[in-house]
Design a protein around this ligand. Structure first.
Ligand SMILES: Nc1ncnc2c1ncn2[C@@H]1O[C@H](COP(=O)(O)OP(=O)(O)OP(=O)(O)O)[C@@H](O)[C@H]1O
Length: 250
């Protein structure tokens, strides 16, 4: 199967900081991929590189056979690569539906406000926010603001969706509901890359996990293998813990 997205030897520096070092990976259609790593490992930077926010210092990114690593963020999202942000950013004084309409208007085939409203309502229904359509976005709870971020991204009609810590700050039942929604999005054929700190969440959701450490890709394997990988255990918990685990598990 040919890759939907391919990164080849991608690096990004900020002054003397090598935030991403020589990362190569591919994304296939319909996958849910976890992107994990300790604080400062480079996860958000990798998403920022793919979405054009901080272009790569070197390396290439190929999407559906075409290079996209010199495109602007709006050109990349117009190609169907959308993302949510770690800190949710609705337009607070606009209503919930107006926020989603803004995303829908961005998609090329919307011709009128009525059409944008109707598309936005579909996404609000799908994300469970239809009853709140006419409320100001600032009145939403954190869990619903995160749903609004998803509705806004979906309105842009993506086939790749990158989620940056969509579960942070949510309680256990809110996380469960958010995971059901993410699975429903993937079931629509949208490939998902999810940055997530909770390993339990990633292993329950993702078939494949990519691990970054100090900007380097140290694992890109099925979830079951990644959680037993001594390099991953060491990156998270330190080398002494990793040695103890290896002795225990042989
Ligand atoms: N705009 C920037 N300017 C300077 N340095 C940056 C910038 N963005 C990221 N960095 C640095 O790049 C490195 C990787 O940061 P990044 O935010 O990508 O890590 P992360 O894995 O997403 O971390 P966290 O889990 O804490 O969100 C860090 O050392 C960070 O300080």
């Amino acid at each position: 199967m040919s890759a939907l997205l391919e990164l080849r030897n991608v690096s990004r520096s900020f002054g003397g900081i090598h935030a991403i070092r020589n990362v190569s990976l591919t994304l296939q259609p319909g996958q849910i991929v976890g992107l994990i790593g300790p604080n400062g490992a480079g996860k958000s930077t990798l998403v920022n590189i793919i979405t054009g926010v901080h272009p790569a210092t070197s390396g290439t990114i190929v999407h559906k056979g075409e290079r996209i690593d010199r495109l602007k963020p709006f050109q990349i999202s117009a190609r169907g690569i959308a993302r949510t942000f770690q800190v949710v950013q609705p337009f607070p004084s606009m209503t919930v539906i107006q926020n989603v309409m803004a995303g829908a208007m961005f998609a090329a085939n919307i011709r009128s406000m009525d059409e944008a409203r109707s598309v936005a309502m579909e996404h609000l229904t799908f994300t469970g926010l239809a009853a709140m359509a006419d409320r100001p976005a600032e009145q939403l709870t954190l869990a619903n603001r995160k749903r609004l971020e998803l509705a806004k991204s979906l309105a842009m009609n993506p086939h790749i969706l990158m989620l940056d810590e969509v579960n942070a700050g949510l309680n256990t039942s809110e996380v469960e509901q958010a995971l059901d929604l993410i699975r429903a999005i993937a079931a629509r054929g949208i490939s998902i890359v999810i940055i997530e700190h909770l390993l339990k969440v990633v292993t329950g959701l993702c078939s494949r996990i990519i691990v970054l450490h100090h900007g380097e890709l140290i694992a890109d394997d099925p979830a079951a293998d990644v959680i037993k990988d001594p390099r991953v255990i060491e990156a998270y918990l330190g080398s002494k813990f990793a040695q103890r685990q290896m002795v225990r598990h042989g």
